[in-house]
Each structure stands twice: as structure tokens, then as C-alpha cells.
Design a protein around this ligand. Structure first.
Ligand code: NAG
Ligand code: NAG
Ligand code: NAG
Ligand code: NAG
Ligand code: NAG
Ligand code: NAG
Ligand code: NAG
Ligand code: NAG
Length: 469
């Protein structure tokens, strides 16, 4: 134990050293045709982070909810079992909304792990701090392209509130707060964004939204002044003032909803930002990425766009058209129809990409073959392809490329291929669905370091390499 702690410590020091010369480190990353060589330590959370660079002042910081960049980070070690269980629960929740018949991921179904009664953070992985009310109060919200309503817990918590780290928002102390009436068009329209009927308390519109088995929020549908940055202010922003909230949501104040629906912040700020936003998720969970609204925010050198697809069963999600996967430059033999059965979506909140079993099996087998020289590590739920990299300072892996309609090819960053538990347990960051007919989710691990652009009026989603590191 002591020696493993010591070697971990030495590794962190070494990594800090390697990355302190970041520019030369970036040059040391070698791409040999279809392979890439990189320092193992760059996958670990214990690295020095480069500040994100964007050419706009209106960028918001995006941080991982379990990373030290999150001001609410409790400093303890990440419970990977909990993170991964929540992620599988989110996959199941999304699949239940895009498929007529769902069977979940095979690992979830076959494993003998029971979901905790309240896994409830909605599964989202990244958080962003916004200001609400007058005077403005900082609230840190889970950032979610998979749901539309923005909400926060509100005093006096008529039902109940879960514990949150920041003070709970008190509408009676804000001069810009106003209830929305039951007869207002936005109240009548709301169920399209929440999947739940609205109600009335007196003449006040009452909303409800739920996120899987045990997480929900309900309360008053209201308007407030939302301050994204000192120069980006949305007045009369419609949100849920949550009077009855259950789930842990990991102590965060609520959710920022960016899905496709009139109640989404994207539609509500359409006149300001033209339904155009982008974000970049950094390589390590300890580093800071960004979220920007509006055009002219592009930071990446080259951009590739793929059409935004509408999922018939649930137009809320951002659909994409995956056409194939390559490993080490070799296209896998996968019928492209397996990706389109229930459809595929891109999601900011799901950690792992969940693939049709036919695609997963092909990927796993090609990857394992190319990695035959590395020692495998014991499988850890929900993964079956893990490696022990503790004896290496750099490793060489096959490049994984996703092809989308366009056609475009997106070569994943090395950090987009792996889930890091520790140096002796690094797993291929994909999971298999139960059936080829289940919905496919392109998760946030695979999006790392790309500036991902959502151009809603243009009907396209863009990927810009090296958007952040
Ligand atoms: C990690 O989370 C799982 C699932 O919630 C829980 O059963 C386990 O006790 C947690 N482990 C630790 C060390 O907290
Ligand atoms: C799950 O674990 C429990 C307790 O270890 C055991 O009794 C049960 O048979 C297991 N179920 C399955 C399906 O493996
Ligand atoms: C609110 O958040 C902004 C941006 O994150 C920060 O600059 C400011 O100091 C915060 N204000 C308070 C009162 O915490
Ligand atoms: C919430 O916080 C209070 C005070 O810190 C604590 O007593 C209580 O046990 C917490 N509740 C939960 C569900 O964690
Ligand atoms: C909003 O509506 C609720 C329920 O009708 C009411 O208790 C509250 O006072 C109202 N708040 C404002 C600011 O009108
Ligand atoms: C494994 O290592 C051997 C010896 O260094 C080398 O010849 C072979 O190409 C390697 N295989 C792969 C898949 O990298
Ligand atoms: C997906 O892309 C393929 C290849 O470009 C195309 O044939 C197919 O019609 C597209 N599907 C959808 C739903 O857009
Ligand atoms: C790495 O994680 C695995 C799985 O949780 C654990 O069994 C192993 O002891 C850990 N190794 C070190 C060196 O911490």
C-alpha cells in the first residue's frame, strides 16, 4: 500500500514535470500513421491544466463536477463505481426516451449491481456557474444538452430540497422574479420540454420534470434575470423554481437545459445568440473547458460539420448520423444500419459512448488486437477491455475514428478513448447496448478536446480539433 502510494506520488511528480513543458510535450505527441503515442500521465486527473483560450469574453467556464476546477469539489477521491452506475442509468433514461422498446446496456442488465434508490444527479457530468436574480446570486448548474428545462432549488422548499453547497435561491429576495400564470402560452407549451403536465397553484404555473427512477424537481414556473457573464444577460428567462426536489444532483443547485425545445436556454436566447452554441471539454477532469453562446466564438482551426438529425420519438435530443468506425485507420465491418435503428444522439451529460453490440464487438476486437503488447487489467464494471499502463511513461495506441454523414471523419483525441481509474486500470471508454435496436449515444469522453458546435438554424453539428486541452 505504502509503496503503491509512493509510486503514485512519483508518477504525479513526473507527470507534473512532463506537462510543465507543455508546448514541447504537445510536440512530443507522435502520430505514426494510424497510431498515436502520448504520455500516460496526461490521462490522469493529477495534471497541471492549461487555461482554456477562447477569442470571446463571453465564454463560461465548464468544469467536471468531480474535478478540482469545480468550486464545490469536496476534495475526496472520485467514487468510480458511483460515477459509472449513474452513467449507465443515464444511458437507460435516454434510451427509454428515444426507443419504443428498450433493453438498456447489457452490462447494466446482467450485472449484479443494484442501482441505488437515488442515483439521481441526472447523470450530467459538467457544471457551469451562472448568476440568477437581482441582485444576482451565483448558482452552479449541471450542464445538459439532453434536457430542456433550466431549474434551480428555491426557498422556501415547500416540499423538500436536497442539500446543496451554495445557498438556495430565494425568489422573495430578488426584485426581478415573477411567477408565470397558468394561462400563459409558455406554461401551456411547457410539457413538450418536460414530458410532464403542468398544474396550477392559484394562478401560478406549476411544472414537474424527472430524470430517471428517483430524481425529480417540481415547483413554480417563473421568470428571472439570468446573468451568464457581466455582458451576457437574459432578462425574463423562464425557469423552474424548484420547491420539491429529489435526487442528490451531487450538491449542485440545479440544471442548465440546452436541448431542442422552446423552454431551452438556446431557444429563449435565440434573438441574442441565434441558436448557436459551442463547448469544449478538456482532456482531464481536473481542467477547465468552456461554453459559449452565439456565432463568432469559434476557436478551432478547422471545422467539420455533420447534419443535425431529428429523432422522431423525441425531437428534444440532438441527433447525429454515425456511419462507421475505424481502428488504426482500418474501417470496421459494421452495417451502418445498426446506428440508425433507434437513432444516435450526441450528449454532453453521458460519459461513455454506448454502441450497438455489433459495433462494440468489432471495435473491442480490433482494439484488443492492436493493443496485444500491453498487459490487460481485470475488467471493472461496466468495462471489459482494460489495461495496466503503470509500467509505461508513454504508450502507443491505434487511432479510433468515427465517421458521420457529411461525410466527415472525427479522429478521437487519445483522452477520448480511455476511462482512467488509475495507472493500472485504464479502460476502453465504450459500452455495448443490449440490442442493435437500442438508441446510440455519443458520449462526452469521446468529445474531449473538440470544440463541439451546435448550429441549430444551419441544421448541423461541427467538430473542431484542438478546441481545448
Ligand atoms: C461508491 O458508490 C457505490 C454506489 O453508490 C457505493 O455502494 C459504495 O459504497 C461507494 N464507495 C465508497 C468508497 O464510498
Ligand atoms: C446476486 O448476488 C446475490 C448476493 O451475492 C446472490 O445471492 C444472487 O444469486 C446474485 N444474482 C445473480 C443474478 O447473480
Ligand atoms: C460569481 O461567479 C463569478 C464567475 O464565476 C465570480 O467572478 C464571482 O466572484 C462570483 N461571485 C460570488 C459572490 O461568489
Ligand atoms: C444535509 O445537511 C445537513 C446539515 O449539514 C445534515 O445534517 C443532513 O444529514 C444532510 N442530509 C443529507 C440527506 O445528506
Ligand atoms: C408565486 O406563486 C406562489 C404560488 O401561488 C406564491 O406563493 C408566491 O407568493 C408567488 N410569488 C410572487 C413573487 O408572486
Ligand atoms: C509488439 O511488439 C513486437 C516486438 O517489439 C513488435 O514487433 C510488434 O509489432 C508489436 N505488436 C503490436 C500490435 O504493436
Ligand atoms: C445518414 O447518412 C447516410 C450516408 O450519408 C445517408 O444515406 C442516410 O440517409 C442518413 N440518414 C439520416 C437519418 O439522415
Ligand atoms: C486501481 O484501481 C483498481 C480498480 O478499482 C484497484 O483494484 C487497484 O487496486 C488500483 N490500483 C492502484 C495502484 O491504486
Amino acid at each position: 500500500m505504502a509503496s503503491s502510494l509512493l509510486s503514485e506520488f512519483v508518477r504525479i511528480l513526473l507527470c507534473a514535470f512532463v506537462l510543465s513543458v507543455r508546448s514541447s510535450f504537445e510536440k512530443k505527441v507522435l502520430v505514426h500513421g494510424a497510431q498515436i503515442t502520448f504520455p500516460v500521465c496526461s490521462l490522469s486527473p493529477s495534471i497541471n491544466c492549461a487555461a482554456p483560450t477562447t477569442n470571446v469574453n463571453s465564454a463560461l467556464n465548464l468544469v467536471h463536477k468531480h474535478g478540482p476546477g469545480s468550486q464545490l469539489f469536496d476534495g475526496g477521491p472520485i467514487n468510480h463505481t458511483k460515477v459509472l452506475l449513474e452513467d449507465m442509468a443515464r444511458v437507460k433514461w435516454i434510451q427509454s426516451k428515444i426507443s419504443n422498446s428498450i433493453s438498456g446496456t447489457s452490462d447494466l442488465k446482467e450485472s449484479n449491481v443494484s442501482l441505488p434508490a437515488s442515483y439521481g444527479s441526472g447523470g450530467s457530468s459538467y457544471v457551469v456557474t451562472v448568476g440568477l436574480g437581482t441582485p444576482t446570486k451565483n448558482l452552479t448548474l449541471l450542464f445538459d444538452t439532453g434536457s430542456a428545462l433550466t431549474w434551480t432549488q428555491c426557498e422556501p422548499c415547500i416540499g423538500s430540497c436536497y442539500n446543496q453547497t451554495e445557498p438556495i435561491f430565494n425568489p422573495s429576495r430578488s426584485s426581478s422574479y415573477a411567477n408565470i400564470s397558468c394561462s400563459a402560452p409558455s406554461c401551456i407549451q411547457l410539457p413538450s420540454g418536460t414530458d410532464q403536465l403542468t398544474g396550477c397553484s392559484g394562478s401560478t404555473c406549476v411544472y414537474g420534470a424527472s430524470y430517471g427512477d428517483a430524481s425529480f424537481t417540481d415547483g413554480f414556473f417563473a421568470t428571472e434575470t439570468l446573468t451568464l457573464t457581466p455582458t451576457d444577460v437574459i432578462t425574463n428567462f423562464e425557469f423552474g423554481c424548484g420547491e420539491n426536489n429529489q435526487g442528490t444532483f451531487d450538491g449542485f443547485a440545479g440544471l442548465l437545459g440546452l436541448a431542442r425545445d422552446p423552454v431551452s436556454i438556446i431557444e429563449q436566447s435565440a434573438t441574442q445568440y441565434g441558436r448557436y452554441f459551442s463547448y469544449c471539454l478538456p482532456r482531464s477532469t481536473s481542467c477547465t473547458g468552456y461554453l459559449t453562446f452565439g456565432r463568432g466564438t469559434v476557436t478551432s482551426a478547422s471545422l467539420n460539420f455533420t447534419p443535425m438529425v431529428t429523432i422522431a420519438q423525441n425531437p428534444l435530443f440532438y441527433g447525429i448520423n454515425i456511419t462507421g468506425i475505424s481502428v488504426g485507420g482500418n474501417p470496421l465491418s459494421i452495417p451502418s444500419t445498426v446506428f440508425s435503428n433507434a437513432g444516435a444522439i450526441i450528449d454532453s451529460g453521458t460519459t461513455l459512448t454506448s454502441l450497438p453490440p455489433t459495433a462494440y464487438t468489432a471495435l473491442q476486437s480490433a482494439f484488443q488486437k492492436a493493443m496485444a503488447n500491453y498487459t490487460s487489467a481485470p475488467p471493472i464494471y461496466p468495462f471489459d477491455t482494460c489495461y495496466d499502463f503503470s509500467m509505461f511513461s508513454t504508450i502507443t495506441v491505434p487511432v479510433i475514428t468515427f465517421s458521420f454523414d457529411g461525410p466527415i471523419n472525427v479522429e478521437l483525441d487519445w483522452s477520448g478513448m480511455f476511462y482512467w481509474v488509475n495507472a493500472s486500470e485504464v479502460c476502453l471508454a465504450f459500452v455495448a447496448n443490449n440490442a442493435d435496436t437500442d438508441g446510440v449515444i455519443y458520449g462526452n469522453t469521446q468529445q474531449r478536446t473538440f470544440e463541439v458546435i451546435y448550429d441549430v438554424p444551419g441544421g448541423q453539428i461541427g467538430f473542431g480539433a484542438q478546441g481545448c486541452s
